[in-house]
Design a protein around this ligand. Structure first.
Ligand SMILES: NC(=O)c1ccc[n+]([C@@H]2O[C@H](COP(=O)([O-])OP(=O)(O)OC[C@H]3O[C@@H](n4cnc5c(N)ncnc54)[C@H](OP(=O)(O)O)[C@@H]3O)[C@@H](O)[C@H]2O)c1
Length: 276
């Protein structure tokens, strides 16, 4: 992996998380990572100050240096970026897009013949705990997929999926950390409303999340079984779960994830309109 040079086009939350993860796992030295953005020079300088990566306000030096070009811009900026890099990206480079919703076909149409892989990581890459799904394009070889897998395995778990499930992946695990943060926020607020100090409520809620996550990863039991194990008939947990179900907890989660997947498809139609 040592000759690999990654060029991040887009220097926002996702690029920051990936850079942090790749450096902390020593996948690459800081000078083998380049970053550029559109106009926020302060943000770019911040990345350099924090991580020692190479930054450039324009794309040509990054495209010259990179063996892997990561597209980490918002869906609405995809076409602009494709217009800017088409013709400059070379056939021996690999393009990895983490952009939600934008299909491989759109990327491949612009980047004629260039190998492209779509990746859907999440921001937990910053703490080496991303859940990432990868889908390979027409020109991506098994080697390209392995390279992308190694990058994303360095910052968490990585799986390969067919592209047609990426919108659901985006909705489940791409946006997923925010749902978990929302749950923890609500638990902390409930704790403080009911008399706990804020720090104490946070500490207990966060450790509960960590403990439950570890139970899930370290035991063979499925979540339903673990839930039933802590739910004694007539007890406090059962009383709480009853309220959640009465208020449509599972349906709300289902509707939220379904809406996020639909939003990914809408974004593809909005920002990749030439798609059939
Ligand atoms: N955040 C997440 O949890 C998450 C999870 C999975 C996937 N993603 C995907 O990752 C992508 C980036 O998300 P984000 O949260 O990192 O967004 P963000 O924080 O808004 O960052 C977007 C970056 O793109 C840059 N940019 C826009 N147009 C550009 C151009 N023409 N050339 C170069 N850079 C350009 C912006 O530069 P300026 O600041 O200078 O405008 C900014 O640095 C999105 O497509 C999103 O779907 C995000």
């Amino acid at each position: 992996m040592n000759e690999m040079v990654i060029g991040m086009i887009g220097a926002g939350n996702m690029a920051d998380a990936l850079i942090k993860g790749l450096l902390s796992r020593r996948v690459l030295p800081p000078d083998a990572i380049w970053a550029t953005n559109r106009s926020n020079r302060e943000r770019l300088a911040g990345l350099q100050a924090r991580y020692g990566v190479q930054i450039t306000p324009v794309k040509p030096p990054l495209l010259e240096a990179a063996s892997i070009v990561v597209l980490a811009v918002k869906p609405k900026d995809t076409q602009e970026v494709l217009d800017q890099i088409t013709g400059t990206v070379r056939g021996e480079q690999l393009v990895i897009s983490v952009i939600a919703g934008i299909p491989l076909a759109t990327l491949e149409r612009a980047l004629r013949g260039i190998p492209v892989i779509r990746a859907m990581p999440n921001t937990s890459a910053a703490v080496l705990a991303s859940a990432t799904a990868l889908a390979a394009g027409r020109h991506a070889t098994e080697d390209h997929l392995q390279t992308a897998t190694r990058i994303f395995e360095a910052v968490g778990d990585a799986v390969t999926v067919p592209e047609n499930v990426l919108d659901v992946v985006t909705a489940l695990s791409g946006s997923g950390p925010a749902y978990v943060y929302r749950l923890i926020e609500a638990m902390i607020h409930a704790g403080t409303d009911l008399g706990l100090g804020g720090e104490l409520a946070r500490r207990l809620a966060v450790q509960t999340l960590i403990g439950a996550a570890r139970m899930l990863t370290e035991s063979a039991a499925d979540p339903g079984e673990l839930r039933r194990n802590v739910t004694s008939p007539g007890g406090t947990t059962m009383a709480a779960l009853g309220v959640l179900e009465e208020r449509g907890f599972a349906q709300a989660v289902r509707a939220a994830i379904s809406r996020a997947a639909e939003r990914a498809r809408e974004m593809a139609r909005e920002y990749a309109p030439e798609q059939p």
